[in-house]
Design a protein around this ligand. Structure first.
Ligand code: ATP
Length: 355
C-alpha cells in the first residue's frame, strides 16, 4: 500500500486547454480521498494522470516511494474503476474476475484464492456463473469493483463509479465501498461531482474549480468553513446564504438589519460577505425577539424539513431550513433570526475566507 503525492501537476491539451493548473495533492497511505468539483474542473484528467492514462505536461506523481512519471499504467500497481463497467460480455463473473490474474500469469491456486476472496468481499456468490447480460447494473458494478480488488493494488482510482446506478443502489454501493476501503485499508482516490457522495465517503475532500484546488479538508471542515465563495456556493443543498455585511458596534450587520456574531480577527478595510447556512437561520412570527422583518417567497416541504425562501434586505433568495411543523404561507410577513454560531466571512474582492 502507498500514499500518493501529486506535485505541481499541470496538463495542457494540444488545443491549448489547461485542464489541470498546478495541482498539489498529498494523499495519505490508507486514505479515502475524494476529488469533487463541477463538470470540466479537471478531476478526471488528474485521476487519469495518476493512473498513467494521460501524460501530464509538467509536474510529478509519486505512488509510495516511486516516481511514476515515466511508468506505463500497468507498472504503477493501481486499479481503476470507471463509470462504465467494461466487463467482458462473453465471460462468466468468475472468469471476468480471474482474467487480469491469468493475464499476469499467476498460478491457478492463487487465482482461485484471490477470486474467492473478492467474491466474498463483494458478496458475489450467487452471481459467479452468470454472464454480464444476466446481471443488473448494480451487480455489474460490484463485479467491476471485485475485478479491481483481485489485483490487490497499492491504490484504487475510481472515476464516478456509481453514476449510472439509481439513487437507492447508489446509496447502498456507497456504503459498500466505504466499508470495503476501511476493511482493506487500501488508499483510494475517488472522483465525483456529487457532493453527497463526497461528504459521505471521503476522509478528506479536495474541491477543484477550473483546474485548481480551491480547498482540501475533512467533510466537516469543508462544510463549516468553505475556503472561498466558490466552495461556499458549491457545498450544501440548498447552498449557504451569502450576505453583504458591515462591521458596526462590534457586530456584523446585513443590509436588512440581520445581526450576526463576528468571528475574531475581521479586517475592517474591505467589503465583506458572510456565509450563513440555511440551518443557522430561523423563520419566526413577525416581531419576535431579535428577529428582523422578512416575507415568505416560497416554502418547499421535503417531508422531514421545510425549506423557506424569504425576501429580506432587498433580496428574495434567503434560504432557511426549518422543521416541517413550522408552517407559514407564501407571502406571509415573518421574522428572520440568526440562531447558529459565527458565520464564515469572505473578502468580496479576493473571494477568499478571511475569518
Ligand atoms: P467531468 O465531470 O465532466 O468529467 P472533469 O472535472 O472530470 O469533468 P476533465 O475531464 O478533467 O474534467 O476536463 C477538464 C477540462 O479539460 C475540460 O475543460 C475539458 O473540456 C478539457 N479536456 C478534457 N480532455 C480533453 C482533450 N482530450 N482535449 C482538449 N481538452 C480536453
Amino acid at each position: 500500500m502507498a500514499g500518493i503525492e501529486v506535485t505541481a501537476l499541470h496538463k495542457r491539451y494540444p488545443d491549448g486547454t489547461v485542464a489541470v493548473d498546478h495541482v498539489d495533492l498529498s494523499i495519505g497511505d490508507g486514505e479515502l480521498f475524494v476529488m469533487l468539483g463541477p463538470s470540466g474542473c479537471g478531476k478526471t484528467t488528474t485521476l487519469r494522470a495518476i493512473a498513467g492514462l494521460e501524460r501530464q505536461t509538467t509536474g510529478d506523481i509519486r505512488i509510495g516511494d516511486t516516481l511514476v512519471n515515466d511508468l506505463p499504467p500497468a507498472e504503477r500497481d493501481i486499479a481503476m474503476v470507471f463509470q462504465f463497467y467494461a466487463l467482458y460480455p462473453h465471460l462468466r463473473t468468475r472468469d471476468n474476475l480471474a482474467f487480469p490474474l491469468r493475464a499476469e500469469g499467476l498460478p491457478k491456486a492463487e487465482v482461485r484464492e484471490r477470486v474467492d476472496e473478492a467474491a466474498r468481499l463483494m458478496r458475489l456468490g450467487p452471481l459467479m456463473d452468470r454472464r454480464p447480460r444476466r446481471l443488473s447494473g448494480g451487480e455489474q458494478q460490484r463485479v467491476a469493483l471485485a475485478r479491481a480488488l483481485v489485483r490487490r493494488p497499492r491504490a484504487f482510482l475510481m472515476d464516478e463509479p456509481l453514476t449510472n446506478l439509481d439513487a437507492e443502489l447508489r446509496a447502498d454501493m456507497r456504503t459498500e465501498i466505504k466499508h470495503l476501503q476501511g476493511e482493506l485499508g487500501t488508499t483510494m482516490v475517488y472522483v465525483t461531482h456529487d457532493q453527497v457522495e463526497a461528504m459521505s465517503l471521503g476522509h478528506r475532500i479536495a474541491i477543484l474549480n477550473k483546474g485548481r484546488v480551491e480547498q482540501i479538508g475533512t467533510p466537516l471542515e469543508v462544510y463549516d468553513r468553505p475556503a472561498s465563495l466558490f466552495c461556499a456556493a458549491f457545498i450544501g443543498s440548498p447552498p449557504m446564504n451569502l450576505i453583504d455585511v458591515e462591521v458596526a458596534d462590534g457586530k456584523l450587520r446585513g443590509q436588512g438589519g440581520l445581526v450576526l456574531t463576528p468571528p475574531p480577527g475581521l479586517p475592517r478595510d474591505r467589503g465583506l460577505v458572510a456565509g450563513v447556512r440555511p440551518e443557522a437561520l430561523e423563520v419566526t412570527e413577525p416581531g419576535a425577539e431579535r428577529s428582523v422583518p422578512a416575507r415568505v417567497v416560497s416554502a418547499e416541504w421535503l417531508g422531514d424539513e421545510l425549506i423557506y425562501v424569504v425576501d429580506h434586505g432587498g433580496r428574495r433568495d434567503v434560504r432557511v431550513r426549518m422543521p416541517p411543523t413550522v408552517r407559514f404561507a407564501a407571502d406571509a410577513p415573518v421574522g428572520l433570526r440568526h440562531t447558529g454560531g459565527t458565520p464564515a466571512v469572505y473578502d468580496v474582492s479576493t473571494e477568499e475566507l478571511v475569518a
